[in-house]
Ligand binder design. Structure first.
Ligand SMILES: [Zn+2]
Length: 226
């Protein structure tokens, strides 16, 4: 006995195989049967004629996460309505810093997509040295590393930078590498909105790779247009 059959839809299963008409049987929260399920028993049936049936999409580049506190149970519903079931926030160096509070705010949420967050360099830098155009002192760098480590320990999936923006643009490569290394102790990846995407783009790519090499984190270049 299945819990749910989604029937009559066009199945696009995400494996790269061609779309096809198929029913989908779900039990215990998992897909248990695919094919012609006209004769199968289910507690509930949803007619999906003329509709696409697909696994949930993952949107790797969003700026979700700031507003979760104000929308209990309803955060980011716009994504869910487009078929996105997981969003990644904290991109481009900006996002919440206190992941313990973030996690607490999300605990009461019932609806909305899954939220995975990165810890952002710009937000961490602004918290410790404001918008000053200077290098951090050794003590300030340690404070920033501790904020990155705390976020990773509380579930951040990676470290992001936005070196095009204030105050990230005031940092040198060694600062970003040192913070990425703090994140690397917990795994994850380094995502960057590079220092530039026009003149100097090759140097910006080289810097992104150098930060990955220096920290041991895989690199994701968020926007890439030449
Ligand atoms: Zn960006």
């Amino acid at each position: 006995m299945l819990d749910l059959i989604i029937e009559g839809g066009t199945l696009i299963d995400g494996t790269g195989s061609p779309r096809r008409r198929a029913d989908l049987g779900i039990a215990g929260g998992q897909v248990e049967a695919i094919g012609d399920l006209a004769a199968a028993e289910a507690s509930r049936r949803i007619q999906a004629d003329g509709l696409a049936v697909a696994p949930g999409f993952i949107d790797l580049h969003t700026h979700c996460g700031f507003d979760t506190k104000h929308q209990p149970g309803g955060a980011n519903m716009n994504y869910l309505r487009q078929g996105v079931t997981t969003v990644v926030g904290g991109n481009c160096g900006f996002g919440p810093i206190d992941f313990e509070t973030l996690r607490r705010n999300l605990e009461g949420a019932k609806d909305g997509p899954n939220l995975a967050m990165m810890i952002g360099h710009n937000s961490v830098r602004e918290k410790v040295i404001g918008l000053d155009d200077r290098a951090p002192s050794a003590d300030e760098l340690r404070q920033m590393q501790r904020l990155v480590e705390a976020a990773m320990a509380h579930g951040a999936i990676g470290f992001s930078s936005g070196l095009y923006y204030v105050p990230g643009c005031y940092s040198k490569t060694d600062e970003v590498t040192a913070l990425a290394r703090a994140a690397a102790a917990y795994g994850g990846f380094y995502s960057t909105h590079m220092r530039t995407e026009s003149d100097g783009v090759m140097e910006a790519i080289e810097e992104s790779i150098a930060i990955g090499r220096g920290s041991g984190l895989p690199v994701q270049i968020s926007h890439h247009k030449v």
